[in-house]
Ligand binder design. Structure first.
Ligand SMILES: [Zn+2]
Length: 168
């Protein structure tokens, strides 16, 4: 994240989308040509969701689908799928996985995707059995997704607010 200090004395910071570390075009490029495996699965899922009448909304740099199922969240390349009324935390976290995909590329599915999926099922099973779980973010790839996603989306939201202010 980069901030541009517009007024030195008052310390007013101006954030625009340009100042977010990863530009939208870099994100799309890396998602498609480096994080190809996850994006391919995401495109297949998106086609299925579009056919069944789901409409995506933009969330950060991603496309967000809401489904009528008890589902936390899934991140597949630039596609995010969550249950209805997912929290900002959940959506930011899933966007964090999308950013991880731009870094880990072909390794994403094996190093993060599959382990994250298995761990999530395990946590759900324990939860249903009334057993206590460790903090969800205690494992590195979940903590990293939350940190990346929250930082990115906070900058993104600030950039959007800035643009809206300038339009007025
Ligand atoms: Zn996660």
């Amino acid at each position: 994240m980069t901030y541009i200090k517009t007024t030195k004395d008052t310390g007013i910071y101006q954030i625009t989308e340009r100042n977010i570390k990863m530009s939208r075009s870099k994100f799309i490029f890396l998602s498609l040509f480096w994080g190809t495996i996850m994006s391919f699965i995401g495109v297949i899922a998106a086609i299925g969701l579009l056919i069944t009448g789901h409409k995506p909304k933009k969330y950060g740099y991603c496309y967000h689908f809401e489904v009528d199922k008890a589902l936390g969240g899934v991140s597949l390349g630039c596609v995010i799928i969550t249950g209805k009324n997912a929290s900002t935390h959940t959506k930011d976290h899933e966007h964090g996985h999308a950013l991880q995909n731009c870094i880990y590329g072909p390794l994403m599915l094996f190093v993060i995707g599959i382990p994250s999926f298995i761990r999530c099922q395990y946590y759900n099973m324990r939860y249903k059995l009334g057993m206590k779980n460790k903090d969800y973010d205690s494992i590195w790839f979940e903590g990293d997704a939350t940190k990346r996603g929250t930082q990115f989306m906070n900058a993104f939201r600030a950039a959007e607010r800035n643009t809206n202010d300038q339009d007025r």
